[in-house]
Design a protein. Structure first.
Length: 115
């Protein structure tokens, strides 16, 4: 059974940085097109960054130039480096496959950007 565990969230001031991690068990993440998603209160979950097996990346316009997705295959982990955080980045962040087929969602990690 695949398990995704997100970590690294927290409370940060606007302009600050956080690095999120997504560790997996039961599968090899490098085999999949992976993404980081977020869900703010009252809003739908949205994809903010994606990474292919070969390392190509894509970003939502709202985070382009501020967020960087990467993967460390030896640790079976996907990361999201978030810089220049804004209040509107506040959300629960999740990782999962992109596309229709998904793993069971993890618990996510809360990111709160507030002064």
């Amino acid at each position: 059974q695949v398990q995704l565990v997100e970590s690294g969230g927290g409370l940060v001031q606007p302009g600050g940085s956080l690095r999120l991690s997504c560790a997996a068990s039961g599968t090899i993440l490098s085999n999949y097109l992976m993404g980081w998603y977020r869900q703010a209160p009252g809003k739908q979950r949205e994809l903010v960054a994606g990474i292919t097996s070969s390392g190509s990346t894509n970003y939502a316009d709202s985070v382009k130039g501020r967020f960087t997705i990467s993967r460390e295959n030896a640790k079976n982990t996907v990361y999201l480096q978030m810089n220049s955080l804004k209040v509107e980045d506040t959300a629960v962040y999740y990782c999962n496959r992109q596309g229709i087929l998904k793993f069971t969602w993890g618990q996510g990690t809360q990111v709160t950007v507030s002064s």
